[in-house]
Design a protein around this ligand. Structure first.
Ligand code: SF4
Ligand code: SF4
Length: 56
């Protein structure tokens, strides 16, 4: 199971800077996770100031 970034993302970039496999990139309206690379470590959810990443 991968994590997914919900619409509450404010595009601060903290998750992308701390993802151990660098699978988070800036999208058009929010940051996005590549589910094929995500190892579900939970770092993005723990570091996000608005709780945008959720486990699918
Ligand atoms: Fe990256 Fe871990 Fe978040 Fe997956 S759960 S996107 S591997 S920080
Ligand atoms: Fe969006 Fe949270 Fe990632 Fe910041 S840390 S870019 S608000 S998902």
């Amino acid at each position: 199971m991968a994590y997914k970034i919900t619409d509450s993302c404010i595009s601060c970039g903290a998750c992308a800077a701390n993802c151990p496999v660098e699978c988070i990139k800036a999208g058009d309206e929010k940051y996005e996770i590549n589910p094929d690379l995500c190892v579900s470590c939970g770092t993005c959810a723990n570091i996000c100031p608005v709780g945008a990443p959720e486990e699918e």
